[in-house]
Design a protein around this ligand. Structure first.
Ligand SMILES: Nc1ncnc2c1ncn2[C@@H]1O[C@H](COP(=O)(O)OP(=O)(O)OP(=O)(O)O)[C@@H](O)[C@H]1O
Ligand SMILES: [Mg+2]
Length: 284
């Protein structure tokens, strides 16, 4: 008999504020819209994926903290199956987070295989979902290593800055290290240039490329698939309502197309939209 086995995708960057949570929520939206069962795991004590999917953190009984405790030697926790919540979006379930997850790393004395905790947490629910999307905090330690070991694919959202290019290289080194340290294989890294600003004659009278376009050119040299997501007011409005844009608006324009293309690519049946193709599309 056919058995589901979720593909696990981590949305990660060691740099903060690059769009990890926003990308995670919106990819979840488009994957769910095409009929996939999606679990979003909020692995960030900031709990932005939790509020971004419309769940009020003050009302939740259990969170990732309890799932984490369940894996710590000498503590009573709660299995993930009792923590998963439904959201208002059909086909998206959530493991919510809470601020106390931030201190979980202090409770690990005596716990075996400390970078395999998240992998062990999600194991019991992998057969219920098509995709498990992990929203990773901007971290260089325990949370990052656990996330990279739990996921077969990594999505790295970048903001258009020089520091982001540096962070990308560091994170790729982390991916290689985790593969060397364990028997885990990361199948694919996908880069998302987020909040891209496409210059036009009114924005840029000098005719020079914008910083965003300069970063794009640098990313073109990478062997990894690269997608570009424009800056959009829809993000602010949809997050205010606790919904992915796919379920917030009917006309989602260029940003909707961009997320849809990434979701198709991650589900493994797409022609990758590389930057040159995107330029043709966005120029129209
Ligand atoms: N394409 C976009 N257009 C407009 N605003 C965006 C876009 N992507 C992200 N934002 C906004 O940028 C801010 C940072 O995004 P987000 O919280 O997703 O980043 P993050 O990498 O998850 O941050 P952190 O490191 O704190 O977890 C948020 O206020 C979000 O609403
Ligand atoms: Mg975040």
């Amino acid at each position: 008999m056919f058995k589901r086995l979720a593909k696990c995708i981590a949305f990660a960057n060691i740099k903060g504020g690059t769009g990890k949570t926003t990308t995670c929520i919106n990819i979840a939206g488009y994957l769910a819209k095409s009929g996939n069962k999606v679990l979003v795991v909020d692995f960030d004590p900031q709990a932005n994926a939790t509020s971004g999917l419309g769940i009020d953190g003050t009302t939740i009984e259990y969170s990732m903290y309890d799932a984490f405790l369940n894996q710590c030697q000498g503590y009573d926790g709660i299995p993930i199956t009792k923590i998963v919540l439904e959201t208002s979006v059909e086909n998206i379930h959530l493991v919510p987070s809470s601020l106390n997850l931030g201190v979980a790393s202090m409770l690990l004395q005596g716990t075996r295989d400390k970078t395999g905790i998240l992998k062990r947490i999600i194991e019991p629910v992998k057969s219920f979902y098509d995709y498990i999307l992990i929203d990773v905090p901007s971290d260089t330690g325990l949370f990052m290593l656990n996330s990279l070991r739990a996921a077969e694919q990594i999505v790295i959202p970048l903001d258009p800055s020089i520091f982001s290019l540096e962070a990308l290289e560091y994170l790729k080194t982390y991916c290689r290290d985790i593969e060397e340290m364990s028997d885990h294989v990361i199948n694919q890294i996908t880069v998302v240039l987020n909040r891209a600003i496409i210059s036009n004659s009114t924005q840029n009278s000098s005719g020079k490329p914008s910083p965003s376009e300069e970063i794009e050119s640098r990313l073109k040299e990478l062997p990894d698939p690269v997608f570009v997501v424009p800056q959009s007011l829809l993000i602010y409005r949809s997050q205010q309502e606790g919904l992915p844009i796919s379920h917030y608006a009917t006309n989602t324009g260029k940003i909707g197309k961009a997320y849809e293309a990434i979701a198709t690519h991650l589900s493994g049946n797409s022609n990758v939209v590389t930057i040159p193709e995107r330029e043709a599309e966005y120029a129209s």
